[in-house]
Design a protein around this ligand. Structure first.
Ligand SMILES: [Fe+2]
Ligand SMILES: [Fe+2]
Length: 216
């Protein structure tokens, strides 16, 4: 069986050599369980059997969608067909877009103040201006395990499959550039929100995950 990358967090990845770019999804196999990003349809079809095996007959309880791009939600139907009771945690904007795409699901529309306290998890959502229109993207901080799922923030190029680096979290958060968030106030607000938490592990959407060297 697949081994976790940190605590009860399992990583599923695809590396694209011509772009030198890695796309990750994660399963947090707590109770309740959470899938962070579905990947594309092809990635979802590949990761589903391993996810079923890890969950060992338990349901997938939540699917976290950071924003509406194919790597984040593209395979959502695959998971909803298998786990029709899974709730989708997404922004209010995404919760209005999913029905338009023919995706019927139970949405937890999250904003910056949302904390989901249930069983093993205390999941805080953090909003950030995200592509393509610098609107409501969300990332997730699971406060009990100290895992931050950062989606497209703090990403890096390279083959990041099954690799964990050590890195200071605050310098990485501070180094997010206007190339990623070309909205001065949005960038400043995002950095302020990121500086208010102190994760133990950062699960990036792309590139290399890292443990927070600031608190080791
Ligand atoms: Fe994205
Ligand atoms: Fe992404």
């Amino acid at each position: 069986m697949k081994r976790p990358i940190f605590g009860k967090l399992y990583q599923f990845s695809q590396y694209i050599p011509r772009m030198d770019f890695t796309i990750h999804q994660y399963l947090l196999a707590t109770e309740p369980s959470i899938l962070f990003a579905t990947g594309t349809v092809q990635q979802a079809e590949r990761s589903l059997p391993a996810i079923e095996e890890i969950l060992g007959g338990r349901p997938l309880d939540y699917i976290f969608v950071s924003h509406m791009e194919s790597d984040e939600y593209g395979g959502i139907r695959i998971f909803l067909e298998r786990y029709p009771d899974a709730k989708v945690i997404c922004s209010r904007l995404a919760s209005r877009e999913l029905p338009g795409l023919g995706v019927e699901c139970d949405c937890v529309a999250a904003d910056g103040d949302t904390v989901i306290e249930e069983g093993d998890i205390s999941l805080k959502t953090i909003t950030y201006p995200c592509e393509v229109h610098l609107q409501d993207g969300i990332i997730a901080y699971e406060q009990n395990s100290g895992i931050l799922y950062s989606s497209d923030l703090m990403q890096s190029p390279g083959d990041g499959r099954d690799t964990v680096e050590e890195c200071g979290y605050l310098p990485r958060a501070e180094s997010i550039s206007p190339v990623r968030i070309p909205n001065e106030k949005g960038l400043e607000d995002t950095k302020r929100k990121l500086a208010s938490i102190s994760p133990r592990f950062v699960a990036v959407g792309h590139g290399f995950c890292f443990v927070n060297a600031d608190i080791m």
